[in-house]
Design a protein around this ligand. Structure first.
Ligand code: GLN
Length: 442
């Protein structure tokens, strides 16, 4: 006889499992053990939340010493929406400090381990959110994505990660990294779960001035195996720049799409080769401004000092890790009066050219496929140069610069037997097409 498992049983089992296994993965920074009976849609199912999203009653540390004791003072809009939809929360997940990184190695709480090979990184910055879902320590989670932080760890951990269109999901209650690029999105085991969570967290929010008032469709309605009439763009130059196994996984995806009835076309994106340079100027500029608030007065950690100035300096020297400091320095440099025009303004112009490349491509095709990452999950400690780390985001950053939605779905394994991700992009606010194309592949 079949017996239905209740949400409470799921929650309790999950807690036991987390308590025994989290130490191997280090996916969680804090665990929540209060279950509430809930009626609506999610029926009390527990969600894991990246530790840069405010959830009242928990700490929001951003995996930084600076906020290691910071209590969330309110619920982010995405949390409010999930609560209304009947969610519980099981924990706050580990990440790169202030979401700056691609490996979770910059966390003040130690690196997240990849469940497929614990000597390897989970990816980042939402590595805890991806690893928790991949290892069965969570059913679904929320991450944030500024330049790939949902999709890249999802790819490294073999799960689904979705970055929505900029403005689709409210950023209210997300600790800002680069405000013109940040979006919250779901990390899930499959595309259907991604549809469900995206539907819940999307929608206009007057508390976020960049939130956009467009209808939120019921994404699950569009799912089907039939892709007749759908045009998928391939950017061939990307396939030439990656290792053979990754190129092969994309070739296989192209074959699958042909079988599903989609039409394949080449697209040209002449400016995306400049995406990394562009992003690291713009993201650092915005970060240097956003992180100015952590001065020992208003939030979190405060160091000693004889004068106010000394207290500021000591707080920021002791409270931030090396990568965060590097970005603040880069950011203030490109915004300084002597370099603003040469770097910041030019980067804004370049961002527009990248957006125009996509506009042109999406006048011809419905979706574009790319690898999610140029490599599989690397070993912990293996990538030591910041610039090499930044290259992990080669294929994910363009979607953030252009504000487009993008998803990573598992697409096989590398020669090291590690998961690989297929990245799909669609035009702005066409998550319906994006999810349809992702679902058919899965
Ligand atoms: N890895 C990229 C960076 O370090 C992206 C981070 C993110 O998306 N939050 O900036």
């Amino acid at each position: 006889e079949k017996k239905e498992i209740t949400a409470k049983e799921v929650f309790e089992e999950l807690l036991i499992y987390i308590k025994s296994h989290n130490k191997n993965i280090n996916a969680y920074i804090s665990i929540i053990d209060t279950f509430e009976e809930k009626g609506s849609l999610l029926k009390g199912l527990p969600i894991a939340v990246k530790d840069n999203i405010m959830l009242k009653g928990t700490k929001t540390t951003c995996a930084s010493k600076m906020l290691s004791n910071f209590e969330s003072i309110y619920d982010a809009t995405v949390i409010e929406k999930l609560k209304l939809a009947g969610a519980n929360f099981i924990g706050k997940t580990n990440m790169d400090e202030f979401a700056m990184g691609s490996s979770c190695e910059t966390s003040y709480f130690g690196p997240v381990r990849n469940p497929w090979d614990k000597q390897r990184v989970s990816g980042g910055s939402s590595g805890g959110s991806a690893a928790s879902v991949a290892s069965g320590l969570a059913i679904a989670s929320l991450g944030s994505d500024t330049g790939g932080s949902i999709r890249q760890p999802a790819s490294f951990c073999g799960v689904v990660g979705l970055k929505p269109t900029y403005g689709r999901v409210s950023r209210y209650g997300l600790v800002a990294f680069a405000s013109s690029l940040d979006q919250i999105g779901p990390i899930t085991r499959d595309v259907k779960d991604a549809c469900l969570l995206l539907g819940i967290i999307s929608g206009f929010d007057p508390k976020d001035s960049t939130s956009i008032n467009v209808d939120v469709p019921n994404y699950t309605e569009f799912l089907s195996q039939d892709l007749k009439g759908i045009k998928i763009g391939v950017y061939e130059a990307a396939l030439k720049s990656v290792s053979e196994d990754i190129a092969q996984s994309i070739e296989n995806a192209i074959d699958t799409y042909k079988k599903l009835g989609a039409q394949i076309e080449n697209v040209d994106l002449p400016h995306i080769k400049y995406s990394i340079s562009d992003y690291y100027i713009l993201a650092c500029a915005e970060a240097s401004s956003n992180l100015a608030r952590f001065d020992g007065v208003k939030y979190g950690y405060r160091a000693n000092g004889q004068t106010l100035e000394e207290m500021y300096v000591n707080t920021r020297t002791e409270g931030f890790g090396a990568e965060v400091k590097r970005r603040i320095m880069l950011g203030t440099y490109v915004l300084s009066s002597g370099y603003y025009d040469a770097y910041y303004i030019r980067s804004l112009r370049l961002r527009n050219l990248i957006k125009m490349d996509f506009d042109k491509a999406f006048s011809k095709v419905d979706a574009i496929i790319l690898p999610t990452t140029p490599t599989d999950a690397f070993k912990i400690g293996e990538v030591t140069k910041p610039l090499d780390m930044y290259l992990s985001d080669t294929f994910t950053i363009p979607a953030n610069l252009a504000g487009l939605p993008a998803i990573s779905v598992p697409c096989g394994f590398s020669k090291n037997h590690l998961p690989l991700g297929l990245q799909i992009l669609s035009n702005a606010f066409r998550e319906d097409i994006l999810l349809k194309v992702a679902y058919a592949f899965e």
